[in-house]
Structure formats: structure tokens, C-alpha cells
Write a protein that binds this ligand. Structure first.
Ligand SMILES: Nc1ncnc2c1ncn2[C@@H]1O[C@H](COP(=O)(O)OP(=O)(O)OP(=O)(O)O)[C@@H](O)[C@H]1O
Ligand SMILES: [Mg+2]
Length: 274
């Protein structure tokens, strides 16, 4: 569970009039998959960095699994959160895939046999066991991000945060990561907070939180959020491709449903169309 109450933050020396984070109130339940959506500079990355104390808010309270985040509790809280960032090249510490992943466990003093088991388990989970002896630099972009996810998962966090983790990948690499997230979701009761500009990815989440100029302006299911086309256009955000098809069909005066957000909804409608 992630809880934020009246969180405010402004970067030092920032000369913008609006706060970077302005009175953020937020609850993300255990096991929930939430997407943060918002235009560039709306405060998404800053927000997730407050969850594990990488950024300390100027005011407000942050609770992670009922622990109030204070400087004394920061290490305790950090162990519960795994983070994956946009650029896979900036995240490696080991000379091989295996040693890179073991690093997170060496820090928490796990015994050798147990560590070996855990590393193997995670590497198999992300489908990288065969590449365990390769240097991380030699991997493809998608394999690098799977290594980064394995590193984030190895110490069994309860929360996984992904900040545009797929934005540098090709469609194939992206798909692989998304199916991995769906498996994580099915097999472990992990809370996922993902920042993405990719609409198709956000459709997989339980809830979308819409940010604008440091504020949360809406929160709802993908259907609820993407049915507000005008608001999204106003914020400079895209709409799902199926909804674009829907708009085109309406222009042809074809009587389609009000909203076609997902592929499934488009297919279902096509079956009824004659
Ligand atoms: N280190 C920093 N110092 C000063 N200002 C910063 C810093 N990092 C971000 N900002 C500013 O804070 C605001 C929010 O930035 P943030 O990176 O959180 O946005 P974002 O929603 O993640 O954007 P993007 O989609 O481009 O990643 C922006 O106006 C940005 O310029
Ligand atoms: Mg960002």
C-alpha cells in the first residue's frame, strides 16, 4: 500500500510558478497496477521518487505499507520497492548478468546457497537463465530491461515501479516486458506503478492516474479515462488506436458505440455489426 497525504515539492532553484508536486493525495492498494499518465514535465518521475525517499517532499506524509517514511525508516522502505528506469545502460553494477542480479542480495547479507537459488529463480522467471554468464553490455535492449527487472525483483519487494521502462525498446521487446508484468501480476501479489506514454500499455493496468502541472487531476479505470477525449487532447495526450478508428467510423456516419477503448471492445462491436 502506498499512501500520500498533502505532499508538496518544489525543486531547489526552480523558477517555475507552479509547484512540481502540488498537494498530492493518493492511495495505491496492495496488488494494484497503476499507470501514471501525463505530458512531459507534469511531475510523474518526481512523484515516484518520493515513494522511496529519493526525493524528500517539502511537506506532507508518505506511508509505504503503513510505515511512515522518515529518514530512520528509509532503508526499511527501500527494501520494499524495486525501481526500473528508462535507460537500461545506466542500471548495471555487475560484470555478468548473474553477478549483477546477485549484487542486490549481497547487500542484504543472504547466505550463499540461498542467494544462488534466488538468483536462478529470478533469472528463469525473466527468461535470462541461458544468458547468465554474459556481460550486461552485450544484451539487447529488451534483455537489458529484463535484467533490470530481475535486479529489482530479486530481493522480493512488494512494490515495483517502472519509469518509462519500455520507451527505448522495439515493439517485440516491449511486448515481452508487458507479458512479464502480466505474469508478475498473476503469480505474485505485487503492486505495480508504471509511468508510460504508451497507451496500449496503460490499458493493461487497473487504474490510470492523470497528472497535469504537478497535480493529480483524475483517477479512474482505462475506460473512464480514455472516454474523455476532449480532456486528453487538451492535455496533449493521445487516445487508444481503437478509439481513433471509432472516430473515423463515426465520420463515415457508421453507428458505433460511444467508446471503443480496447481491441476487445472493437472486436465485440464488429461481431454485432451487419
Ligand atoms: N533535477 C531537477 N531540478 C530542477 N527541476 C527539475 C528537475 N527534475 C525535473 N524538474 C522539473 O520538474 C518538473 C517535473 O518533472 P518530472 O521529471 O517529474 O516530469 P515527468 O512527468 O516525469 O516528465 P517526462 O514525461 O518528460 O519524463 C518539470 O518542470 C521539470 O523541468
Ligand atoms: Mg519522467
Amino acid at each position: 500500500m502506498i499512501e500520500l497525504k498533502q505532499v508538496n515539492y518544489q525543486y531547489p532553484h526552480s523558477n517555475t510558478k507552479t509547484k512540481t508536486l502540488n498537494d498530492i493525495n493518493l492511495t495505491i492498494k496492495t496488488g494494484e497496477w497503476v499507470t501514471l499518465l501525463g505530458s512531459n514535465g507534469s511531475g510523474k518521475s518526481t512523484l515516484v521518487k518520493t515513494f522511496n525517499g529519493l526525493i524528500q517532499p517539502d511537506s506532507g506524509e508518505i506511508r509505504i505499507n503503513d510505515t511512515l517514511l522518515t529518514s530512520e525508516k528509509i532503508h526499511h522502505v527501500r527494501r520494499q520497492i524495486g525501481m526500473v528506469f528508462q535507460n537500461p545502460d545506466n542500471q548495471f553494477v555487475g560484470s555478468t548478468v548473474e553477478s549483477d542480479i546477485a549484487f542486490g542480495l549481497e547487500n542484504i547479507g543472504m547466505d550463499h546457497t540461498q542467494m544462488h537459488h534466488r538468483v536462478e529463480e529470478v533469472l528463469r522467471f525473466v527468461d535470462l537463465w541461458d544468458l547468465r554468464n554474459n556481460p550486461p553490455e552485450s544484451l539487447s535492449g529488451g534483455q537489458k530491461q529484463r535484467t533490470a527487472i530481475a535486479s529489482a525483483l530479486v530481493s522480493s519487494p512488494q512494490i515495483l515501479i517502472l519509469d518509462e521502462a519500455t520507451s527505448m525498446l522495439d515493439p517485440e521487446g516491449r511486448k515481452h516486458i508487458m507479458s512479464l508484468l502480466q505474469r508478475i501480476r498473476r503469480e505474485q501479489n505485487l503492486t505495480i506503478v508504471a509511468i508510460t506514454h504508451n497507451i496500449e500499455e496503460s490499458l493493461l493496468s487497473d487504474r490510470i492516474i492523470l497528472m497535469h502541472q504537478g497535480e493529480i487531476i483524475q483517477s479512474g479505470t482505462p475506460e473512464e479515462i480514455f472516454s474523455q477525449k476532449d480532456l486528453l487532447f487538451e492535455l496533449g495526450l493521445d487516445i487508444p488506436v481503437y478509439e481513433k478508428i471509432n472516430l473515423q467510423l463515426k465520420q463515415l456516419e457508421i453507428n458505433t458505440p460511444d467508446h471503443l477503448i480496447t481491441r476487445e471492445s472493437l472486436m465485440n462491436w464488429l461481431w454485432t455489426f451487419n
